[in-house]
Design a binder for this molecule. Structure first.
Ligand SMILES: O=C(O)C(=O)Cc1ccccc1
Length: 279
């Protein structure tokens, strides 16, 4: 079985993917979009991509692609602790630019504000891609924010350790597939949930309340609701909703049916477990 991940080697996503799929062939992709396309085109069976971080929040690209792509489902969610290191080429003494994935730059904002307020930053496709770039360009005074495994793999020296703004920093990764079925892992399970994408019918007072009441009176507990722009014009949103609980076939199907009767558009994204990975 082939598994795509946001690469290159030593990205946080690879650390998650290799814990989840120690026996499988892992294929590095250069973006989250490439991961979705690899699943869609059948080049791989599944992909591992980041969905949400405890400091920075949702990885909006991942949420958007779950909305945009037809028939791609979440099979599992896995939470992994994240520690960021600031690193540079061993041949250099200082640096004038910090390069990393936007999530990593955001998760270390206060550290950078306090220590390197005037240093330029550059978004890059992943933390490990930034580490690789720095290692291949010793003539440039660049630093990267990535994990210790990337520092080792790409021969960089770590100059500040554990620079995330909150010590407890976790990212949720999802496994996506064309199969609707969930995938059970051999890690501690923390919860069970159903993910839905809901688009409201025409704008009217109480529209969202109406949608939420469908879950409320059935005592279906929501653990997350997030709105995202539909990008057509300002003020149009879709909602990513997690229902926390077992999938009760009659109750849940009736809830979805009732929502559809209101004129809401419902996309089922998966019913799956959340697991806790190791450091
Ligand atoms: O860039 C990476 O290494 C990723 O896997 C994305 C990411 C970035 C920061 C925290 C968690 C995941």
């Amino acid at each position: 079985m082939k598994i795509a991940y946001l690469g290159p080697q030593a990205s946080f996503t690879q650390l998650a993917a290799s814990q989840i799929f120690p026996e499988n062939e892992l294929i590095a992709e250069s973006s989250i979009l490439d991961c979705f396309n690899a699943v869609k085109n059948g080049e791989v069976d599944k992909a591992v991509v980041p969905l949400e971080n405890s400091i920075e929040g949702t990885v909006s690209m991942t949420l958007d692609y779950l909305y945009d792509f037809e028939n791609i489902f979440i099979q599992t969610e896995a939470i992994m602790p994240i520690s960021h290191q600031l690193m540079m080429h061993p041949a250099n003494e200082d640096f004038s630019k910090i390069i990393s994935h936007p999530q990593a730059l955001a998760q270390t904002f206060h550290f950078r504000f306090n220590h390197y307020k005037n240093t330029l930053t550059q978004d890059y496709s992943s933390t490990s891609a930034a580490a690789k770039l720095v290692s291949e360009n010793p003539q440039e005074k660049w630093a990267a924010i990535a994990n210790s495994y990337a520092a080792k793999l790409y021969g960089l020296k770590v100059i500040h350790k554990n620079i995330q703004d909150f010590e407890q920093n976790h990212t949720k990764f999802i496994i996506i597939s064309k199969k609707r079925t969930s995938l059970n892992l051999n890690f501690p399970k923390s919860s069970e949930k159903t993910s839905l994408l809901v688009t409201l019918p025409e704008d009217h007072a109480g529209g969202l309340h109406q949608v939420l009441s469908v879950f409320a009176w059935r005592k279906m507990n929501l653990s997350k609701i997030e709105s995202r722009t539909m990008k057509k014009n300002l003020g149009n949103y879709f909602f990513f909703i997690n229902v926390a609980s077992e999938w009760h076939p009659v109750l849940s199907e009736n809830a979805l049916e009732e929502l559809r009767l209101f004129g809401a558009d419902i996309k089922f994204i998966g019913h799956y477990n959340e697991y806790i990975l190791e450091d």
